[in-house]
Design a binder for this molecule. Structure first.
Ligand code: ZN
Ligand code: ZN
Length: 410
C-alpha cells in the first residue's frame, strides 16, 4: 500500500492586503516548492468545516482526520485538557482551569492570579492536584499557558452537566459547581472538593510566599469552568486500518492527534514559533514513513503572523513552510507516497483571527491527475480538479490515492 502525508501550514490562507497590492500573504510569499507541487498535482479549495464557518485549529483538525466536529467536538474543556498535555480518554470529564487569587473571606480578587506565567511555578502548583483521588475519582491536572490549565476527572458515574465553579468576574466568591441534572450531583461535589483542596494546598506554598513578598497576587486557588465529556471515538487505526503518526508542534494539535491514537514523533528543535526548525520537522515526517502509513504534520508559525496582524512575519513563516514542503518533496519523490498541502483555516493578517474562508489545497503523487493549476495560492487553486471540497473529504481522498479505501458496494 502507498503512503500519505497531510501537510498543514497552520492558518496559512488569508485575504487581500492593501500594502501587498491586493495580494494575500501566500500569493506574495516566495513558494517555489509548493508551486511545483501544485503544478504537478491536483488542486482546489477546501472549506475546513463548511463554507463560511470559522474553524478553530481543533475542529478543523478533527475534520481533516475524518472526524465530524459536530459529532466529536464536545466543548473546549476536553480539547484544552488534551492541549495541556493530559492523556484524555474517551468518557473523561475535562474542565478549563484558571489559577486565581482569593482574599481571606474567599472573595475572588484576581481571576488570573496577577497574570502568573508558566515560569513562575504554575506547573508545580498543578502537580499538587495531579493524581489526587476525591470520592474515588482520579484527578489529572496540568498547567498550560500563562494563568491557565486543565483538569480531567476520571471515574464512574460522572457528567459534564455542571455549572462553572468560576464567578467570571472579580468581587464575588467562588460559586459551587451546581449540577444541572441529577446524574451530575457527584461530579459537582468532586469539583467543589477539588477547589477546596487547591485552597488548602496552595495557601502557604513557597511560590505564593515569594509572590506576596514581591507584591504580586498569589495563585491561592483554582477556578474551573467549561466542563465537558471527552468524546467516544474510534481510534484512527481501527477506523482506517492504517498506522498513523503526527509530527506536530503545539499542545492542542498534539493532544488531538494523541487522543485519536496517532503516535507522536517529537522534534526537540520544533518550537511552535517563528524560529522553529522546519528542516527537523520535514526530516521527521519523511523518516516516519518508514514505520507509518499516514503522517500528519502541522507547522504553526503562519498562524501566529496572522494573529499578530504582521504580514511580513506571516510571509516569512509561509516561506519557512515552503522550505519544509521542499524537503518533504525531495524525500518522497519517486516513491509511492501521496502528499496533501493545505491550511487548517485562514488567519488573515487583516482580521487577526480565523475566518471562514476556503483554503487552497494541492494533492500530489503518482496517482493524482494534474489539472493545469500552475502555482499554489488562494486564487491560483480555483478551478483545480478538486474544485471545492470540505475538510471531512480529505481522508477519503487520501485513502483513495493511497489505494487504501474500501469499496462502497459491490
Ligand atoms: Zn490552526
Ligand atoms: Zn490561530
Amino acid at each position: 500500500m502507498a503512503k500519505g502525508i497531510i501537510f498543514v501550514a497552520d492558518g496559512m490562507a488569508g485575504r487581500p492586503i492593501p500594502e501587498l497590492d491586493g495580494k494575500t500573504t501566500l500569493e506574495s510569499a516566495d513558494t517555489p516548492h509548493m508551486d511545483r507541487i501544485a503544478l504537478e498535482g491536483e488542486c482546489g479549495l477546501l472549506d475546513p468545516i463548511s463554507p463560511g464557518v470559522r474553524a478553530g485549529s481543533d475542529t478543523s483538525h478533527l475534520a481533516l482526520l475524518g472526524y465530524n466536529p459536530y459529532e466529536y467536538y464536545t466543548g473546549r474543556g476536553p480539547f484544552e485538557a488534551m492541549g495541556a498535555g493530559l492523556a484524555v480518554k474517551p468518557g473523561d470529564i475535562a474542565l478549563r482551569m484558571n489559577f486565581a487569587t482569593i482574599d481571606d473571606k474567599g472573595i475572588v480578587i484576581d481571576r488570573r492570579a496577577g497574570r502568573i506565567q508558566e515560569n513562575e511555578g504554575t506547573h508545580q502548583l498543578a502537580e499538587l492536584l495531579n493524581h489526587l483521588e476525591i470520592d474515588r475519582v482520579q484527578i489529572l491536572c496540568n498547567a498550560s499557558t500563562a494563568h491557565r490549565g486543565a483538569v480531567v476527572l476520571r471515574g464512574e458515574d460522572l457528567s459534564g452537566e455542571i455549572e462553572d465553579a468560576d464567578p467570571h468576574r472579580e468581587g464575588k466568591p467562588i460559586p459551587k459547581a451546581k449540577p444541572l441534572t441529577k446524574e451530575a450531583k457527584r461530579t459537582g461535589a468532586v469539583v467543589d472538593k477539588l477547589i477546596a483542596k487547591s485552597v488548602e494546598l496552595f495557601r502557604d506554598h513557597e511560590i505564593n510566599k515569594k509572590r506576596i513578598k514581591e507584591g504580586k497576587s498569589p495563585a491561592n486557588c483554582v477556578l474551573l469552568r467549561g466542563a465537558g465529556v471527552a468524546p467516544r471515538v474510534q481510534l484512527f487505526s481501527e477506523r482506517y486500518k492504517i498506522k498513523g503518526a503526527a509530527v506536530v508542534e503545539v499542545g492542542l494539535i498534539r493532544g488531538i492527534a494523541r487522543f485519536l491514537g496517532l503516535d507522536l514523533i517529537d522534534v526537540p528543535t520544533a518550537t511552535g514559533g517563528a524560529d522553529t526548525d522546519e528542516v527537523g520537522l520535514a526530516r521527521a515526517v519523511v523518516g516516519a514513513l518508514g514505520d507509518y502509513d499516514l503522517v500528519l504534520t502541522n507547522i504553526k508559525a503562519p498562524d501566529l503572523g496572522g494573529h499578530d496582524g504582521d504580514y511580513k512575519a506571516k510571509i516569512s513563516a509561509i516561506e519557512k513552510a515552503d522550505r519544509m514542503s521542499g524537503i518533504i518533496y525531495e524525500g518522497i519523490k519517486g516513491s509511492d507516497t501521496h502528499l496533501a498541502i493545505l491550511a487548517d483555516h485562514a488567519t488573515p493578517v487583516v482580521c487577526r483571527d480565523h475566518t471562514g474562508d476556503a483554503v487552497p489545497i494541492a494533492t500530489w503523487g503518482k496517482m493524482t491527475r494534474p489539472d493545469g493549476v500552475k502555482s499554489y495560492g488562494e486564487r491560483p487553486c480555483i478551478g483545480g480538479g478538486l474544485e471545492r471540497i470540505q475538510g471531512i473529504d480529505l481522508m477519503p481522498i487520501m485513502l483513495n490515492l493511497m489505494g487504501a479505501a474500501e469499496k462502497f458496494g459491490a
